[in-house]
Ligand binder design. Structure first.
Ligand code: F6P
Length: 548
């Protein structure tokens, strides 16, 4: 007797599997030919984002069955529980309230009976005052010089969000104020970031939710040493050159940063969902408090859409379901995100943490092994560059790789007329790729061009490669917020359907523990118990090579 609580034993799953069989090798060429209204119908507008999903291997029936699955799995109920502040992060017994970070000042969202909004807005206000002071030069270093460079030290969610958004929004930044990001415990990262800096003009932001992350704390100590040395040994300079972003005031104080210079957030903000919290301070300094608030408005717009739009027109729901369709019924293992924007180069890396740390799980919320595929490998680089590298595999390889192509109608305002004119060529590439991937080129079409017979199979494109095109007017703080929220909620939808906890990350723990255990073997040559022979040999070889 099937267990109807198990995803793959639900009638909705069975209906999708049957439908997948019936769809067989149906080609997008046929889907378009049979349904003239398809291109118009398979679109959704959310705020500034126009989302075209016509080039997917779906019919009205597919979409209906996918929505039935979402309904049966209680996606809407879990969504409402998240927005309400219920502790849906079951393994850590925490609320999941990144949406509260962009809720309006007068909203009431409670965790353990306490409204979190006053604290959220108090921190935003404190950040704004500090950001303005740094931007204007009112906040100076210990010698009275104005701050010229801000160095954010953090890793994972305490790095990727602000680093991605800073680059995405470069044209909106105060250009005479440099912001750089140090994450890697490889000393080269901090070295390269600081080598040309004047300590007297440098502000370090130590960003760490826990304030115990070894990479960040190690780099922060090194930065502190660099600063104090550069300031002639003046320890008191730290107060004017270090601020902290954290949930852990005790550890911040232990490190030696005055907690008056700490910007707080809370355990109900997941690291990978945190860049619109205090973790975004570097970004706020770069784009200014108004730009930051505009970005939060963009997030909120999509939050409201996700919360209230009907399933047929709910963009995050739709994108989540399309991912389920390919991952669970076509065997797709990965998902490409291909921005046609130089400024969006770090967006795929940001999404890697958002998606893979959230949904890279193999037990369900009760701890039972899942028997279905969960989160995909997310990858990508700016589209045009990829076209001359790995798109070959997208077009003619053997794998199913759904892709999102993201583009903008207008280039950023500051480009010269000549460079702005290149934008049409950039976007022509986006549209061409989506078309080529979907419709391909048949052997008949290739042969008709006079191609020698032996080359025809090599120059044929099967097509039928699914893509979503996301088009917005122009990249702006609000549009970036909208895009990030869209993906956050897409990831949520998928986790809800797979019945996994998208908000914990136990999978990163083992490596951290082992690194701590192995380190003394490297530094002081201690014999570390429990090393397997391969690792022990590698450690020994490393020491020999290092000490030669
Ligand atoms: O190790 C993974 C992780 O915990 C991420 O989830 C987090 O974003 C990152 O490390 C950094 O953590 P923290 O902000 O506590 O330094």
């Amino acid at each position: 007797m099937p267990d109807s609580t198990r995803l793959d034993q639900t009638p909705e799953w069975a209906a999708l599997a049957k439908h997948r069989d019936e769809l067989g090798e149906t080609h997008l060429r046929d889907l378009f030919a049979d349904d003239p209204g398809r291109a118009e119908r398979y679109t959704v507008q959310v705020g500034d984002l126009f989302i075209d999903y016509a080039k997917h291997l779906v019919t009205d029936e597919t979409l209906g069955l996918l929505r039935d699955l979402a309904a049966a799995r209680g996606v809407a109920e879990l969504r409402d529980a998240m927005f309400r502040g219920d502790k849906i992060n079951v393994t850590e017994r925490r609320a999941v309230l990144h949406t509260a970070l962009r809720a309006p000042r007068d909203a009431v969202i409670e965790v353990d009976g306490e409204n979190v909004e006053p604290a959220v807005h108090a921190v935003l206000d404190k950040m704004a005052a500090f950001a303005e002071a740094v931007r204007s030069g009112a906040w100076t270093g210990a010698t009275g010089k104005r701050i010229r460079t801000v160095v954010n030290i953090g890793i994972g969610g305490s790095d990727l969000g602000p680093a991605m958004a800073y680059e995405a929004l470069l044209p909106f930044t105060q250009r005479d104020l440099g912001i750089c990001f140090v994450s890697n415990v490889d000393g080269a990262d901090l070295h390269e970031a600081t080598r040309d800096l004047d300590p007297a003009e440098t502000l370090f932001i130590v960003a760490s939710k826990t304030f115990t992350t070894i990479e960040t704390i190690t780099n922060a100590h090194s930065a502190r040493a660099w600063l104090v040395e550069g300031m002639g040994g003046d320890e008191s300079a730290v107060a004017k050159h270090f601020v902290a972003l954290s949930t852990n005031a005790d550890e911040v104080a232990k490190f030696g940063i005055d907690t008056a210079n700490m910007f707080e957030f809370w355990d109900w903000v997941g690291g990978r969902y945190s860049y619109d919290s205090a973790i975004g301070l570097s970004l706020m300094i770069a784009i200014g408090p108004d730009g930051f608030r505009e970005m939060l408005d963009g997030f909120r717009l999509v939050d409201e859409h996700f919360r209230t739009a009907p399933p047929e027109a709910n963009a995050p729901l739709l994108l989540g379901l399309l991912g389920i369709w390919y991952g669970n019924f076509f065997g797709a293992q990965s998902h490409a995100v291909l921005p046609y924007s130089h400024y969006m180069a770090k967006f795929p890396a940001y999404l890697q943490q958002l998606d893979m740390e959230s949904n890279g799980k193999s037990v369900d919320r009760s701890g039972h092994p899942v028997r279905w595929q969960t989160g995909p490998v997310v990858w990508g680089t700016p589209g045009t560059n990829g076209q001359h590298a790995y798109y070959q595999l997208l077009h003619q390889g053997t794998k199913v790789i759904p892709a999102d192509l993201i583009g903008f109608a207008r280039p950023v305002a500051e480009l010269s007329p000549r460079l702005a004119a290149q934008h049409d060529l950039l976007m022509a590439n986006l549209f061409a790729q989506a078309q080529a991937l979907a419709f391909g080129k048949t052997a008949g079409e290739v042969a008709a061009e006079g191609v020698p017979a032996e080359q025809v199979p090599h120059r044929t494109f099967r097509g039928n490669k699914p893509t979503t095109t996301i088009l917005a007017d122009q990249l702006s703080p609000s549009v970036l917020g909208q895009l990030v929220a869209l993906y956050e909620h897409k990831v949520f939808v998928q986790g809800a359907i797979w019945d996994i906890d998208s908000f914990d990350q136990w999978g990163v723990e083992l490596g951290k523990v082992l690194a701590k255990r192995i380190e003394p073997a490297l530094t002081s040559g201690e014999t570390v118990p429990g090393l397997d022979t391969s690792t022990a040999d590698l450690v020994a070889r490393y020491r020999t090579l290092r000490d030669r």
